[in-house]
Design a protein around this ligand. Structure first.
Ligand code: PEP
Length: 253
């Protein structure tokens, strides 16, 4: 058993209205396990962040953004900066989710700039990587993920890499109900740890947290979290209901 604390992050994507978001945090904020046992994070849409940060102050539930721009300020209509997130008390930010890579041009270079910007504002980045079904079938999973991880972490200090959270999310398993088997998931997470060891150091690789994401739910989370190199989960669909999110957090604690 390693010493890495598990991180359970619920990614709501573009779901919920404000009342539903508030109800969710009211239902969960006093029930999630303490921060020294597990990190419990809700990644909410931008308009709800200030309210949810206020409502969860002093609790064990952390609030994350699902994206941000890398620039500080300026002529970027429709964008949100790292300093804006830090200013309202957001503590984590999801970067390079496959939906953003596919639909919003979040390239490896952009993800790297965003990771640097996150650390400049004391935000913990949850950096997403993962292969498409075609890439898996062409036996390219490890090389694709290696390229994404190296690019995302380039130029970060050892401490910053250690504090980063990497989410391995095979694209074919996101929102499809197809979970990678725990062995498949662990094999890639082990590879990511080796990539970090090679790029930075063995000590940093041993400390960095690597989540699995892709159709995680209460029924499969225990088996996934029992794997040697899986340190948590990034969860979409099964994080939308308070009960289900609480079960996932419980599994991580
Ligand atoms: C995700 O949103 O990152 C995700 C893994 O979604 P789901 O759990 O619904 O597959």
């Amino acid at each position: 058993m390693n010493m890495r604390k598990k991180v359970i992050a619920g990614n709501w994507k573009m779901n919920k209205l404000l009342g539903e978001a508030v109800q969710f945090v009211e239902d969960t904020k006093d029930k999630v396990a303490s921060k020294d046992k597990v990190e419990s994070v809700v990644c909410a849409p931008f308009p709800y962040l200030p309210t949810l940060v206020e409502k969860t102050k002093g609790t064990n539930l952390e609030i994350a953004a699902q994206n941000m721009h890398f620039e500080e300020s300026g002529a970027f209509t429709g964008e949100v900066s790292p300093s804006m997130l830090a200013d309202i008390g957001v503590t984590y930010v999801v970067l390079g989710h496959s939906e953003r890579r596919e639909m919003f041009d979040d390239t490896d270079g952009v993800v790297n700039k965003k990771a640097k910007a996150a650390f400049a504002h004391h935000l913990t980045p949850i950096i997403c990587v993962g292969e498409t079904l075609d890439q898996r079938e062409a036996n390219e999973t490890k090389s694709v993920v290696e390229t994404q991880v190296k690019a995302a972490l380039e130029g970060l200090s050892e401490d910053q890499v250690k504090e980063s959270i990497i989410a391995y999310e095979p694209i074919w398993a996101i929102g499809t109900g197809k979970t990678a088997t725990s062995e498949q998931a662990n094999e890639v997470c082990t590879h990511i740890r080796e990539v970090v060891a090679d790029a930075v150091s063995a000590a940093v690789a041993d400390a960095v947290r690597i989540q699995y994401g892709g159709s995680v739910k209460p029924a499969n989370v225990d088996e996934l979290l029992a794997q040697s190199d899986i340190d948590g989960a990034l969860v979409g669909g099964a994080s939308l209901e308070a009960d289900s999110f609480l079960q996932l957090v419980e599994a991580g604690s």
